[in-house]
Design a protein around this ligand. Structure first.
Ligand SMILES: Cc1cc2nc3c(=O)[nH]c(=O)nc-3n(C[C@H](O)[C@H](O)[C@H](O)COP(=O)(O)OP(=O)(O)OC[C@H]3O[C@@H](n4cnc5c(N)ncnc54)[C@H](O)[C@@H]3O)c2cc1C
Length: 292
């Protein structure tokens, strides 16, 4: 049933400080409203749990991008359209740009934000696997100050996070990526566009002397949270890339993921596709060494 819009409140503070004061004064009463692309779906369905929203769309502190020698730092209100337009993101973080280009349609890409995707905390969201594979960090700001936390560990359970009700996610920081790193991102859905992921896979790796020197793997839609697959990473790191290593990594990943049956797919399908994507990723790395 549709909600009665007049029973909701939305206020638009002019500054970050003002927004934080509202979130602190009546803790848990007011919730951030960014692009609204997740929240409006709930409103339409009559399932929006809170009545009071703080419109953060106009807060300039949550916008823009900063590039230093070590990091690229992106405002939490950066939209998917903006992600795709940034040269440095295209060059060093292609998986994030691909995730952005495969998220919803143009209207959603113009309005949906990276910060909203993270805090909405859907295990099926498309940018979290890329952000995990790029080892992102998040800046959480309250009236007490700012704290940087690793994105890995931010989600503690289904829709559970370490962000407090008096905090806003303000920025996302990515360590810069060298040219020697290879990237692999695949979203598997029912259609090529406008589909929620059945499985989403993001991997980065650096090889040296035919060995996997370092790698990071993350998957979406296969656990209650976007999952960094550290056990599978450990089984591969430092090893020669060959059929034995690949078979072992497949077995480790099979134990590490916990997909469910739901309206979009079955546990069995998600399991099989995840293992196939891992294999495809590793084969893509090994092509130049004749591993196939
Ligand atoms: C038709 C359609 C298609 C979609 N397709 C996809 C898809 O393919 N892939 C995908 O991953 N998602 C998809 N989505 C979901 C949605 O667009 C994204 O999750 C989007 O990134 C949410 O961002 P937003 O700014 O609109 O968040 P909002 O709806 O404004 O907020 C979402 C949640 O995050 C909180 N929040 C937002 N910003 C902050 C912040 N800075 N600090 C603290 N809390 C915050 C809000 O309180 C709320 O709980 C789709 C949605 C629709 C309607």
């Amino acid at each position: 049933m549709r909600a009665l819009v007049s029973s909701y409140k939305l206020i638009s503070p002019a500054t970050l400080d003002e927004a934080l004061q509202i979130l602190t004064r009546e803790r848990d009463v007011w919730k951030p409203f960014a692009g609204g692309t997740d929240l409006m779906v709930l409103l339409e369905a009559g399932k929006l749990p809170h009545r009071n929203y703080v419109n953060i769309w106009n807060l300039k502190e949550l916008r823009g991008m900063e590039v230093t020698d070590q990091h690229v730092t992106i405002g939490a209100l950066t939209t998917y359209t903006e992600v795709q337009q940034e040269k440095v993101l295209q060059q060093e973080f292609p998986m994030l740009c691909q995730a952005a280009s495969e998220t919803g349609g143009l209207a959603i890409q113009n309005r949906g934000t990276l910060g909203g995707n993270i805090v909405n905390a859907s295990p099926a969201a498309d940018s979290p696997p890329a952000l995990l594979a790029y080892d992102a960090e998040l800046e959480l700001v309250s009236l007490n100050g700012a704290r940087w936390v690793p994105y890995y560990g931010f989600h503690t359970g289904y829709k559970q996070m370490i962000i407090r009700p008096d905090e806003l996610l303000t920025r996302i920081r990515l360590p810069r990526v060298s040219e020697s790193v290879q990237h692999y991102y695949r979203k598997v859905g029912t259609r090529k566009a406008q589909a929620i992921s059945k499985v989403c896979f993001a991997g980065t790796a650096r090889l040296r002397d035919e060995k996997i020197e370092d790698l990071r793997l993350a998957l979406g839609s296969i656990a209650p949270v976007p999952l960094r697959c550290v056990k599978t990473e450990d089984s591969l790191r430092g090893n020669q890339l060959n059929q034995t290593t690949i078979a072992r990594a497949r077995a480790v990943l099979a134990d590490e993921i916990v997909p469910i049956d739901d309206i979009r797919s079955t546990s069995n399908y998600r399991h099989q596709v995840s293992l196939n994507l891992l294999q495809d990723f590793l084969h893509s790395l090994g092509l130049k060494f004749g591993v196939n």
